[in-house]
Design a protein around this ligand. Structure first.
Ligand SMILES: NC(=O)c1ccc[n+]([C@@H]2O[C@H](COP(=O)([O-])OP(=O)(O)OC[C@H]3O[C@@H](n4cnc5c(N)ncnc54)[C@H](OP(=O)(O)O)[C@@H]3O)[C@@H](O)[C@H]2O)c1
Length: 269
């Protein structure tokens, strides 16, 4: 019987976390989303009474603060797990190398700021607002959903060029997670960054044929890195893997602040 807050629970991996974790009726599962009405409709189809949907936008501090207050009312003031899953993933910067993006310097600046604001600033506020509840919880785990694209050695070695603002934001978020761990590991709180692998969540649904070609080229680089890679995993298996990794991880085992994959190591695919 545990309590969970999951950000970005409207779709993709976030909705899958919500679905899997609420399958145990003794869990209390709170999903933070930008559009509550649409998610409430989706959640109603699951027919579960242990799911609560609250407004939570990473770019609106007041909405995160209200979500923390509402969460405390639902749980009685504590929280066992915070899963920081939400991310702004820019489509504009997803496909081209950074030097090509830089040809439109104002657009690149805007894209970088929007990405860093949501993925770094927003999550730092989220962690600060929810840590008081986590400190009162019995499990004390904060999981930041990262990406192998935050591994800068992987990027340079395999010449992975697309999505620079996104990878920069996730690498910065990993550093933020390490800072939270530096402060709170002594209180027994595990802060950890976990990459979910490559997962099909419709990210290329609106891509142009040219963008799809660039995505295929990126897939080729993934194969160069991991020759067993045959394509994206489904959210169900990725979320199962991530849950198994954070369940095994602990402050006592030295996992605080670490950045690992759904496989529990530094193999990203
Ligand atoms: N899929 C993959 O292959 C993959 C690989 C590596 C890492 N990841 C990471 O896994 C996580 C989930 O990925 P996904 O593929 O499920 O992504 P997704 O389908 O694009 O979903 C992103 C989620 O984040 C929410 N979101 C976006 N901006 C937000 C904001 N400003 N405030 C609050 N919520 C916001 C979205 O809400 P709306 O519905 O309101 O837009 C949505 O719920 C992300 O952290 C992503 O970086 C995914």
């Amino acid at each position: 019987m545990s309590s969970y807050v999951i950000t970005g629970a409207s779709r993709g991996l976030g909705f899958e976390f919500l679905r899997q974790l609420s399958a145990d009726p003794s869990n209390t599962v709170i999903g933070l989303v930008r559009g509550t009405a649409a998610t409430e409709t989706k959640v109603a189809e699951l027919g579960r009474k242990n799911i609560h949907i609250l407004k939570g936008d990473l770019t609106e501090y007041s909405s995160l603060k209200r979500a923390a207050e509402e969460t405390a009312k639902i749980t009685g003031g504590s929280l066992d797990y915070l899963i920081a899953n939400a991310a702004f993933v820019s489509r504009w910067s997803a496909y081209d190398p950074i030097g090509v993006l830089g040809k439109d310097s104002s657009k690149l600046e805007e894209d970088l700021k929007e990405t860093l604001n949501a993925n770094v600033v927003g999550n730092v506020h989220l962690f600060n607002l929810f840590t008081p509840l986590i400190l009162k919880g019995k499990v004390k785990k904060v999981i930041s959903i990262s990406t192998g694209l935050a591994d800068y050695e992987l990027l340079s070695k395999f010449e992975i060029e697309g999505g620079a603002p996104y990878s920069i934001s996730k690498a910065a978020l990993n550093a933020a997670v390490a800072h939270f761990s530096a402060q709170y590991a002594k209180d027994g709180v595990l802060f950890i960054s976990i990459s979910p692998g490559v997962v099909e969540t419709g990210q290329h649904a609106n891509a142009t044929p040219e963008q799809l070609q660039k995505a295929m080229a990126m897939g080729g680089k993934f194969v160069a890195y991991a020759p067993h890679f045959t394509g994206p995993a489904q959210p169900e298996s990725s979320v199962k893997d991530v849950i198994s990794v954070y369940e095994k991880a602990s402050v006592a085992a030295g996992d605080g602040g670490s950045f690992i994959s759904h496989l529990g190591n530094k193999q990203w695919i």
